[in-house]
Design a binder for this molecule. Structure first.
Ligand code: V47
Ligand code: SF4
Length: 359
């Protein structure tokens, strides 16, 4: 065992956090199994053998977006043939189907629409909650919150409070991409800055809402950019404690405009998930989003420090528009089986990680 791994093993045994330099050294190491072993140890100390999943449904309410991020194959400009916006009745119907399928959560995000008023988003939450008050609405990213404040000429704090009053339960972790400005300028020049994303999420947490955090990797960023991204998240989590899970999103290159991007291989995906588990000592959960990773890597990641397999999802669009070859949805039985075969205990959770059933 090299000095690096011996040193890190000691740190983990003593519950000490690893430095940015050490995280970078792990990214530069080719010893995937040693990295995985450390991550599995960190996860075991936090979560034992339990692996979470939930029964949820995604609703992407519109793909029309004023931003044109080069990594996004989902967004369309207004007037383009494949552009769509769901009517409130359609959203309600999808929520009804979700409840009938046993879902406890609706995960809803969309493009930045040029003409929908802020009232639409409040009505959308109210329409979902009217289907079942127990249904948890996890919706909107910091990018959308910032946009809603701009279109309604108010503050992000006002927007957050209005959404909470309408029934928003928590927020997903999208829109973070990679915080480093030089990369962000190339992959999403019109999007809010990394600093602004963090500022909005800090307000969200201070308002009492939990959120997740994502990192889009495998495009133009380098290892140092990944460490920088996780470092800023770790710092914010020290202040607010409002992040529930960290979700590395493997970039899907089809139909996108990122020059030279080839997509993410299994080694890089497992390494990134494992290093995030080791580095983010103040995050309780690391989630493998099977839509972007593929089923096989998502399952394997359960031996590399991951303790959450996301959900049943149903009708995912963002990853599939960019070539993800995973299924559109995963049945609960299939998720349970994937977890069991990895030697772990499947636990169905709600959005706030309360245990609903151990299988
Ligand atoms: O913000 C867009 C990413 C995100 C591509 O919080 C792409 O529980 C890969 O945030 N290849 C939306 N990724 C998805 C998201 C998410 C998913 C699952 C669970 C949670 C959660 C959050 O998808 C966007 C962007 O970062 N994305 N295009 C692409 N071509
Ligand atoms: Fe719009 Fe989001 Fe796609 Fe960027 S990632 S173009 S903000 S939908």
């Amino acid at each position: 065992m090299t000095d690096l791994f011996q040193e890190l093993k000691k740190k983990i045994e003593n519950n000490q956090r690893i430095s940015d330099t050490e995280a970078l050294a792990l990214f530069e190491s080719n010893d995937l199994l040693a990295i995985g072993e450390l991550a599995a140890e960190v996860n075991h100390r936090k979560n034992g053998d339990r692996v979470f999943f939930n029964v949820n449904r995604h609703i992407n309410y519109t793909n029309i977006c004023v931003n044109q991020c080069t990594f996004c194959a989902f967004s369309k400009l207004e007037g383009e043939v494949d552009g769509y916006t769901l009517a409130l009745g359609e959203i309600r119907k999808k929520a009804e189907e979700a409840v009938a399928a046993g879902a406890t959560e609706i995960h809803s995000v969309g493009g930045l629409h040029p003409r929908l008023p802020f009232e639409f988003y409040l009505d959308m939450i109210r329409a979902i909650k009217a289907v079942s008050p127990q249904l948890h609405v996890k919706a909107f990213t910091a990018v959308e919150i910032d946009y809603f404040a701009r279109i309604s000429k108010t503050t992000t704090l006002e927007v957050i409070h209005a959404l909470q009053e309408a029934g928003l339960g928590s927020m997903p972790g999208g829109g973070a991409e990679i915080f480093a400005k030089e990369v962000r300028d190339k992959i999403c020049p019109e999007k809010i800055s990394g600093e602004r994303w963090l500022e909005v999420i800090e307000q969200v947490h201070n308002a009492g809402l939990k959120s997740n955090a994502t990192m889009l990797f495998g495009h133009l960023e380098n290892y140092a950019d990944r460490v920088d991204h996780m470092s800023r998240l770790r710092d914010l989590q020290d202040c607010t404690g409002g992040f529930q899970s960290f979700i590395p999103l493997a970039f899907q290159p089809d139909n996108t405009r990122v020059p030279g991007a080839k997509g993410v291989g299994g080694v890089d995906a497992l390494k990134t998930l494992a290093i995030s588990r080791i580095y983010l000592d103040n995050f309780q959960h690391v989630k493998a989003y099977w839509v972007m990773l593929g089923m096989k890597i998502a399952q394997t990641s359960l031996c590399f420090g991951v303790n959450d397999l996301d959900g049943t999802v149903i009708e995912e669009q963002i990853g599939h528009d960019a070539g993800a070859d995973s299924p559109q949805e995963l049945g609960k039985d299939r998720i349970i089986n994937l977890i069991r075969v990895a030697g772990k205990i499947p636990v169905e959770r709600d959005t706030l990680y309360r245990e609903l059933k151990v299988y």
